[in-house]
Design a protein. Structure first.
Length: 253
């Protein structure tokens, strides 16, 4: 996969955002950077945090754009928020979902500076990407709020698509033992449900109820499946531990 698999509008949209943010580089150089980003988003092992996720986030930003002050910068932050990705360890998933926002923000600073964006614009994109480390935007910072809401919007998807999302995320961490993965996912879901609100922007608030319904159903399933796995790991009554995990023991099942 790569730039040839991307929607035809995608690179043009990147160019518009970069130019709109004040870049001085020629268009062919901007397209070269956009192509590099598309290649990053289509890298090996990305079954959820891939080009479709990027285009979904960009679409959600467009839905909420009327609430932003600098929409071009919000879109650029969306482009960079998961540009660098690593799903090798369960700790990566539990702590940051595989997306390395700190490294991605540094990449944004490097590439956007090279494209001639004003320093203030570059630092603003860097700041917004960093906020996604914890997804806790200041409600008075409308641009960050929109970016965070757009990135979490999948939580409010209709149930079948939410199920597909869970399956794709699990596939990214196929090398992580099922029980470890489920425990990490449980921590994430519980933290999300404990928040007073999942979405910060006024328009994003419409996603709150469906997102909580999806998360609540997932929590129930996670607890049930993990309990079954832990019972098998403890033993089958013979005193011998069971090491095989049944294929059906999946949070996305």
């Amino acid at each position: 996969m790569g730039v040839y698999d991307a929607p035809q509008w995608l690179l043009s949209a990147f160019v518009r955002s970069v130019v709109g943010a004040g870049a001085t580089a020629p268009e062919d150089e901007i397209r070269r950077v956009g192509t590099d980003l598309v290649d990053r988003w289509t890298g090996t092992g990305r079954t959820y945090h891939n080009l479709r996720h990027l285009t979904d986030v960009l679409a959600r930003v467009d839905e909420l754009a009327e609430e932003t002050h600098e929409p071009h910068l919000v879109r650029l932050a969306a482009w960079y928020h998961g540009a660098i990705f690593d799903a090798d360890k369960v700790a990566a998933y539990a702590n940051r979902g595989g997306e390395d926002e700190v490294a991605s923000a540094a990449l944004a600073r490097e590439q956007l500076t090279a494209l001639g964006l004003p320093r203030a614009a570059v630092e603003r994109v860097h700041e917004m990407v960093i906020v996604l480390v914890r997804h806790l935007a200041d409600p008075t910072d409308f641009d960050c709020a929109v970016l965070c809401d757009a990135d979490l919007a999948m939580l409010a998807a209709e149930p079948q698509r939410y199920k597909a999302y869970l399956h794709d995320v699990r596939e990214e961490y196929a090398g992580v033992p099922m029980a470890d993965y489920l425990r990490a996912r449980l921590r994430i879901v519980r933290k999300l449900l404990a928040r007073p609100s999942l979405f910060v922007s006024p328009l994003g608030a419409a996603w709150e109820e469906p997102a909580r319904q999806n998360l609540g159903a997932e929590l129930h399933k996670l607890e049930k499946v993990l309990a079954e796995i832990e019972a098998r790991e403890t033993g089958d009554g013979s005193g011998e531990p069971l090491t095989r995990i049944h294929p059906a023991a999946d949070a996305s099942a």
